[in-house]
Unconditional design. Structure first.
Length: 436
């Protein structure tokens, strides 16, 4: 009996010691808003729209800890033994007769994290962290092309943060240039877009981008042309390579080629007529239609494209929402007068799809007090279920200033919004509107 009692006592002490150690390590685990940082990272990995963004906003307050947790999550490729056994049982159980399945334990469907979301979050929290670029570069070797796509895009997002450290910037640019030869066309295109974000620092990659102009996929070709126009360089090298694409049957590639010629030569004599001609191209239902892209590129030319204003006015009569919006925005950028753009943006904000409403509320925030006429639609947008639309509408109303006083009661309702960024922007907007 004494022996059994001693064994039982030892067992209890062992359990107490284990519980104490577990409590000790749990209290050592870094917390954010009362939860372990690791838990927030797991939420990000689930990739659910809304909860993911909320978790990211919470982790912004502990960014260095978030970077460490994300790096650890990306390093942990091997599944726990529990999950490996469950996967084995799931395969076996699925082959059993239905009657036998009912008599046996049902396997669990464990959460499989989405590395793409962790990669994206790493770029958000660690753009200046020296641990981030090497981790992202490692992900470029992943077998999954979607993972490589996200890693390539995120490297482009953080590249400009390393302009003061030439060695790191050079390593990022060289890694992106290597991805121009990836087997997946979306990765090649993403690499070109990312090099475009690097600007003139990626000048050494222009020959590789010129080689990409022969890619069989239009997406890759148009991305290469856009990158060349953003990076710039020797027009004697660029113009001969791009000029043949002005005759391309692929209209989007033709549009970017025309814009690139304008940027490379410094004048619009050759490229602008091509862009204006594309404003009359056949209409398409998809978002990135040749007409909307041409209008957007004309707007980027600024006052150099002043002669295209009548054509842009006609383009605003298009049945394509995207073309109307881009034409209106182009007129604003060229003339500096938002009066033409506001009516079009108001209509699209009231009737557009989610993507259009996100884009329009974001652009209206740039208009400042000139967006006052859109205040009724922006007040409706404050009640939108999408947090991006709500957040953009808050900033747009705040930038209108005292003329938006009627919106104060609506704004105050968002002081308890679940998203910290919205609460912060609401407080700023109220201050701007209430200023004398």
């Amino acid at each position: 009996m004494r022996r059994k009692a001693a064994i039982a006592l030892g067992g209890c002490l062992g359990l107490m010691l284990a519980a104490g150690l577990a409590l000790f390590w749990a209290t050592r685990e870094p917390l954010c808003q009362g939860k372990p940082v690791r838990i927030w990272v797991e939420v990000i990995g689930q990739g659910q729209y809304g909860p993911q963004q909320l978790a990211e906003e919470q982790l912004e307050t502990v960014a260095p800890l978030a970077v460490s947790a994300l790096l650890e999550a990306l390093r942990t490729d091997r599944k726990p033994l529990r999950d490996q056994i469950n996967d084995w049982w799931l395969k076996l159980w699925s082959k059993l007769p239905p009657g036998v399945q009912k008599l046996t334990p049902q396997p669990r469907f464990y959460f499989k994290p989405d590395r793409r979301m962790w990669i994206q979050a790493l770029g958000r929290f660690g753009p200046h962290d020296k641990r981030a670029p090497p981790a992202l570069i490692r992900e470029l070797g992943n077998k999954d092309s979607e993972v490589r796509f996200f890693a390539t895009s995120t490297l482009g997002d953080i590249a400009t943060n390393w302009a003061d450290e030439p060695a790191m910037e050079r390593e990022i640019i060289q890694s992106l240039e290597r991805m121009l030869k990836d087997t997946a066309f979306n990765v090649r295109g993403s690499a070109a877009y990312s090099l475009a974000r690097c600007g003139p620092a990626a000048g050494g990659s222009v020959p590789a981008l010129i080689a990409l102009l022969n890619d069989p996929e239009e997406h890759s070709r148009s991305a290469a042309v856009r990158a060349i126009s953003y990076i710039g360089g020797d027009s004697n090298l660029i113009v001969p390579a791009i000029a043949p694409l002005l005759q391309s049957t692929q209209l989007i590639t033709r549009a970017f080629a025309a814009y690139a010629i304008c940027q490379a030569t410094g004048d619009t004599e050759t490229g602008l007529p091509v862009l204006v001609g594309l404003l009359s191209a056949e209409e398409h239902e998809w978002e990135d239609s040749p007409r909307s892209i041409a209008a957007g590129l004309i707007g980027r030319l600024g006052t150099r494209a002043e002669s295209a204003l009548p054509d842009l006015q006609r383009a605003m009569e298009s049945s394509e929402t995207g073309t109307r919006i881009e034409a209106a925005r182009a007129i604003w950028r060229i003339s500096g007068n938002p009066s033409n753009a506001i009516p079009v943006l108001r209509s699209a904000l009231a009737k557009g799809n989610r993507g259009e409403r996100i884009w329009i509320t974001e652009k209206l925030a740039e208009f400042g007090p000139e967006a006052a006429d859109a205040l009724p639609e922006l007040m409706v947008a404050l009640q939108d279920q999408d947090f991006l639309i709500r957040g953009n509408a808050v900033r747009a109303i705040g930038n209108i200033g005292p003329a938006a006083a009627i919106a104060l009661p609506n704004l105050k309702l968002l002081l308890t919004d679940p998203f910290p960024s919205i609460r912060r922007n609401v407080a700023k907007a109220i201050t701007k509107i209430s200023a004398n």
